[in-house]
Write a protein that binds this ligand. Structure first.
Ligand code: SIN
Length: 270
């Protein structure tokens, strides 16, 4: 296995691994280690059937079932990510950590795209350890110990107009999570508020909360914390939702971009 960093701080391309035969223990351990180090892993030229993507994802953990969007036919754990000339909305339109509104948000996600526009449709990823580390000590002291509401009715029910699906008892979850969380594997602190789901900081006055969140959203989107992934058909990207955020670009209308996401279950942020 060969690992080539995309930037010094986030992202790496992994060569020499085939994802179509679910990898053995040794390879899974090596990929987990690479994910801890680089936060986002990019695999090229991996034509994957739905079954192979599902099997690969399960090597990293049980699936997280999306609360509002039904999975693919026969594969409830695979979330369709599809945009074409008829689309009115798209996934990833603002910075976010996947489904942070859940009481136990997913630890990671694996997105496989089989059809992409010849140019455009890149995904930006940002390092939330770096965003936290770059804050001043007085700002860190203000934020540490604060908690924030992560809601979804405005996003899933509003932006997407979802009604929920049969497997979901609560399509629009809302949860309170720490503003800064500690990664359970690395022990490092990462900023954990995002402009898609986080609506307010519980302990602050409404105006204070609005101002602090606006400052943090601007801060965490600084280019120095980012890498940018350009997709090709068969590109598969795995990311750690506990210490990254991502933002997909829809600059390719009316062309098609299509694939599936296996989302890996996680634990309550602390
Ligand atoms: C997502 O938010 O999971 C979608 C990301 C993408 O389409 O690149």
């Amino acid at each position: 296995m060969e690992i080539s960093p995309l930037t010094p701080g986030i992202g790496a391309e992994v060569q020499g691994v085939s994802l179509s035969a679910a990898p053995g223990e040794h390879t899974v351990d090596a990929l987990r280690e690479a994910l801890r180090k680089h936060l986002v892993l990019v695999f090229r030229d991996q034509p994957l059937s739905l079954g192979a993507l599902d099997a690969f994802g399960r090597r990293f953990g049980a699936p997280h079932i999306h609360p509002a969007t039904p999975g693919a036919e026969g594969f409830p754990a695979l979330l369709p990510v599809h945009t074409d000339a008829d689309s009115k909305t798209y996934a990833g339109s603002m910075w976010h950590s996947d489904v942070s509104c859940d009481p136990e948000p997913p630890m990671g996600s694996i997105l496989h795209l089989h059809e992409v526009p010849d140019t455009g449709g890149d995904t930006l990823f940002a390092n939330m350890y770096a965003a936290w580390d770059a804050l001043s000590d007085p700002m860190k002291r203000l934020l540490e110990g604060l908690s924030a509401v992560n809601a979804s009715a405005h996003h899933f029910g509003g932006y997407f107009g979802y009604k929920g699906h049969e497997a979901s008892e609560n399509p629009f979850p809302e949860s309170v999570h720490p503003v800064v969380r500690t990664h359970p594997e690395t022990g490092r602190k990462a900023l954990y508020v995002n402009e898609t789901f986080t609506t307010r900081i519980v302990e602050l006055q409404p105006d204070e909360s609005k101002a602090v969140l606006a400052l943090l959203y601007r801060h965490l989107a600084a280019p120095r914390f980012q890498c940018r992934v350009r997709w090709r058909p068969g590109t598969t990207v795995m990311w750690d939702n506990r210490c990254t955020q991502h933002h997909a670009l829809w600059d390719y209308y009316p062309r098609t971009r299509s694939g599936y996401r296996y989302t890996i279950a996680g634990e309550r942020p602390r």
